[in-house]
Design a binder for this molecule. Sequence first.
Ligand SMILES: C[S@@+](CC[C@H](N)C(=O)[O-])C[C@H]1O[C@@H](n2cnc3c(N)ncnc32)[C@H](O)[C@@H]1O
Length: 311
Amino acid sequence: MRMSEQPLTHTTVLLEEAVEALLGGAAGAGGCYVDGTFGRGGHSRLILSRLAPEGRLQAFDKDLDAIAEAARIGDARFGIRHDSFCHLAELPEASVDGVLMDLGVSSPQIDNPERGFSFRFDGPLDMRMDTTRGESVAEWLTTATVDQITEVVRDYGEERFAFQIAKALVARRQERGPLASTAELAQLVADTVKTREPGQNPATRTFQALRIFINAELEELEQALAGCLRVLRPGGRLVVISFHSLEDRIVKQFIAKHSKEVVDRRVPFAEPKPMKLRALDRIKPSASEVQANARARSAIMRVAERTQVPA
Ligand SMILES: C[S@@+](CC[C@H](N)C(=O)[O-])C[C@H]1O[C@@H](n2cnc3c(N)ncnc32)[C@H](O)[C@@H]1O
């Protein structure tokens, strides 16, 4: 049972802008679209409202609460899969007109103490988006070594005190048994990290790192982007909203890499291989959106188009 009786809602970030970019201004779009991150369906519902009767929207989410919400959409053009968006690569080749991914966690996930995503509430140290498979953070921490924890907290949290935090975690496990709750982890980090970034809880970076690791967020993003090249038809749109620099760097570099012709230096007179994507836009939320929804503050949306690949 949740401590707060407030309903857990999610305010969609860049709602109009993302749907506009995905459909490419095509009102009454009749194609096949993918929403890789259904969440509470903010983007999906707007896409459906603009889709022609013959259009189709295939959504994905790893979270069972998101799947339950999707079940409330009674629309024959809509389908939902309880799976990672990296499985979008299983759709038929060149069959999709647009893929949207609004990365990270939803507000209902963060605000539900039972899910263990936030240091603001005490709850089990879980952090899995998909609670039906894989290890929780608490389970992983029962066996992880100092080196493994250091690597995760340093690489995914960009935390300067990663080694000290890892050492403290393992020492605490040896002395008093493994950590089980978010409050215990937040306290351990606060006791270990000496300097504070103004306005930021000392555990922010550690929680971010463990969440990214336990959900394989960056690996699945890379797999999904590669899958998009396969499933998008020429002219199809790729729209990705990211919320921190590690995600955005992957999206930016992926688009840049495939927006170039590839010259094979071993074959000097061969025609260069054509580029696969064209970068179209980089959009940040307006000041008024950020004022209304603090979560939009760090959002960056990148838009690219699958190019015509000559036969
Ligand atoms: C920011 S929310 C999306 C919100 C949604 N656009 C809306 O308007 O309600 C991110 C959602 O993506 C899901 N998610 C994150 N990574 C995923 C992945 N690799 N595969 C499938 N779903 C994922 C999360 O469970 C969460 O529900």
